[in-house]
Design a protein. Structure first.
Length: 432
């Protein structure tokens, strides 16, 4: 399908803005990153950020990041240096730094789940010129040109709603046959976005074009029939930034223990101080997240005969909010409610299952549940044989599933019945 109206008006503007935008795009294509091979590393400084390393093959380790190279190889310094093999990395988590909430205010929400705060400058053809704000201190990042097809939602400001975060999640997950424009007063307009600049937004409705002052527009949710994810076939990184941004990288490197450089999935170079990084996850590698799999079956038992049917949520809490657990906001995981059972087909392909489980920070404060992990129908001793309440610390799980055919996650009623039994299985993943 083609964005006919957008192309027609985009061409009228392209003569003025194309050289600048293409320069930005061309710069992104030119930048290449040198892998960190045979780097001489100096002793760690006292204030160097410390990272917790999780790999597929070995136990967790911690230390200052001294090297990040091709194929996601990692070298940690400190008293017990660690050097990982290629593609063994699952995650790097900053010690003493919580995973921040997703950003508020103006931002791009990408089809692949990235959230990048910043300022939208101009629509040029089928690309959106955008100035990202990747750090808490910087507001002068260079503009980048992002394919409109990779963007799910352009959030300019909060419309009149009591729950902007819920609306943002709903729009990011929803399906739309046309672009949907939310005005700040809550009204909506359906059509095709044909122009956007610092003064106005233009939408084609039928054969007419409506031009709106930019200050009246809150949100633009793009036609999902024209969007596509930028996910590559192989492993890629997802940065969690201190300011709440989430940004995927096709490649990344760190040679000096101070600065992380990389290339985004839309081929723009980035350079970020390491102390602005809260975490780095590797997706589509050795870890397979349950939220990306279709379960073999789901079973739900209501506490009262008149209760509405339950369900589960992928990459969100049972209430449809972000996954908040123990003061951290997780991007991947499952939201469940008592009493429920989720079963996945393993086909003997994995070595372990791991997750952090507990009641949601916001909606599970009065809850009480028991959780169990079954492997081929048999309970595994994962340290979860006790009641969890809203005051309990999140429970880390690590279960051997070598050769197993099925994995079942169970949430059972606690002493309070099903009141606020919103259970989060954060970072629930299988390791190959």
């Amino acid at each position: 399908m083609k964005r006919t109206g957008r192309e027609l008006i985009g061409r009228a503007k392209i003569g003025r803005f194309l050289p600048w935008a293409l320069g930005v795009i061309f710069l992104g294509h030119l930048v290449t990153l040198s892998p960190c091979h045979r780097v001489t590393v100096s002793a760690a400084e006292p204030n160097d950020p410390i990272f917790l390393l999780q790999t597929a093959s070995g136990p967790a380790a911690s230390g200052p990041l001294q090297e990040l190279g091709e194929q996601w190889r990692v070298r940690l310094g400190g008293p017990n240096p660690v050097h990982t093999e290629a593609d063994d990395l699952l995650e790097l988590r900053r010690v003493g730094r919580r995973l921040p909430p997703l950003p508020e205010g103006e931002q791009l929400v990408f089809v692949n789940g990235d959230r990048v705060p910043g300022t939208a400058l101009q629509l040029v053809g089928e690309r959106l010129v955008f100035r990202p704000h990747l750090t808490e201190r910087s507001r002068d990042d260079k503009p980048v040109a992002v394919p409109v097809s990779a963007v799910s939602v352009l959030w300019l400001a909060d419309p009149e709603t009591d729950h902007p975060g819920l609306l943002r999640r709903r729009l990011a997950a929803g399906r739309r046959p046309r672009d949907l424009v939310y005005l700040r007063n809550g009204d909506t307009i359906e059509g095709t976005l044909t122009d956007l600049n610092e003064q106005s937004v233009a939408v084609e409705i039928g054969k007419e074009v409506m031009t709106l002052p930019r200050g009246r527009v809150a949100v633009i949710a793009f036609n999902t029939e024209l969007t596509s994810s930028l996910r590559p076939r192989g492993p890629y990184g997802r940065l969690v930034l201190v300011n709440g941004g989430r940004l995927s990288l096709a490649s990344a490197a760190c040679a000096d223990g101070r600065t992380l450089t990389g290339t985004t999935l839309f081929k723009a170079p980035v350079r970020i101080p390491l102390d602005e990084v809260a975490a780095l996850y590797v997706y589509q590698g050795r870890a397979v997240y349950l939220s990306d799999l279709k379960p073999l079956r789901y079973e739900y038992t209501s506490f009262l005969p008149t209760a509405l049917p339950g369900g589960y949520v992928a990459d969100g809490s049972f209430g449809g909010r972000d996954l908040r657990l123990g003061g951290n906001t997780h991007d991947k995981g499952l939201g469940m409610h008592s009493a429920g059972r989720l079963t996945y087909d393993l086909s003997g392909d994995y070595r372990r299952f791991e997750a952090l489980v507990g009641l949601d920070d916001r909606d599970g404060r009065r809850g009480s549940v028991r959780v169990r992990v079954l492997v081929d129908g048999k309970p595994k001793d994962a340290g979860a044989d006790r009641e969890l309440t809203g005051g309990s610390e999140p429970l880390p799980l690590r279960v051997d599933v070598t050769g197993a055919k099925e994995l079942t996650l169970v949430v059972e009623f606690g002493r309070a019945g099903d009141v606020e039994d919103h259970v989060n299985w954060a970072d629930a993943r299988l390791v190959r």
